[in-house]
Design a binder for this molecule. Structure first.
Ligand code: SF4
Ligand code: SF4
Length: 190
């Protein structure tokens, strides 16, 4: 009985599996579940599934569960897992592919992460670099907590750790072209 259910799940999962594999360049069957990635992941303590388990879900045809997981949204793309993996599996890219696919399907388990990424990319598209002050304001407004961390701003400004005004890079058009190209190819800002 269990075997039948598993084969149905595998069939349903095939297109998701193909998609995340082609978008990330990862071959899921390369992972032999040694767990070195999870053991070194600095964000694993906050995740519902460890990085190894996310791969296992996809291998087993339980991609729907992987799409609902908070793990791809909490991945900091620090590359620790990638550098430790004996099979050279690019887990950060896989996490990104799972996150993008979840978002395309309207599954956003970590709203604040999504809002933060959007705000960050907005400033990069506008100025060619991050503008911390603008990012902070955008994030606070979009998460409906306008005065969050407001007391931190004056000392940071006085010590010139953040700038009140954005600094635009010279060749901003090149950056805008990158964003336009990504959109033309079907991508979106996170
Ligand atoms: S370290 Fe690599 S092979 Fe081992 S479980 Fe993680 S992804 Fe799979
Ligand atoms: S890239 Fe993501 S999954 Fe890999 S170790 Fe860093 S936080 Fe963990």
């Amino acid at each position: 009985m269990e075997r039948v259910e598993l084969s149905v799940a595998l069939r349903n999962n095939r297109s998701l599996k193909n998609k995340v594999e082609s978008e990330s360049g990862v071959v899921l069957s390369d992972c032999y579940q040694c767990g070195k990635c999870s053991a070194g992941c600095p964000a694993a303590f906050a995740m519902d599934y460890t990085p190894r388990q996310v791969i296992r879900l996809l291998q087993l045809g339980l991609g729907g569960e992987a799409l609902k997981s908070h793990t791809p949204w909490l991945c900091a793309s620090c590359q620790t897992c990638y550098s430790r993996c004996p099979r050279e599996i690019n887990l950060p890219r896989l996490m990104e592919a799972v996150r993008q696919e979840a978002k395309r399907r309207g599954i956003i388990p970590e709203r604040k992460v999504d809002i933060f990424e959007k705000a960050f990319l907005d400033t990069v598209e506008k100025y060619g670099r991050a503008h911390e002050m603008g990012l902070m304001v955008q994030y606070n407004l979009r998460t409906l907590q306008p005065i969050k961390d407001a007391l931190l701003a004056p000392p940071l400004l006085l010590k010139r750790k953040i700038s009140p005004l954005p600094l635009k890079i010279k060749d901003i058009d090149s950056v805008k072209n990158i964003f336009a190209k990504v959109r033309n190819e079907g991508g979106s800002k996170q």
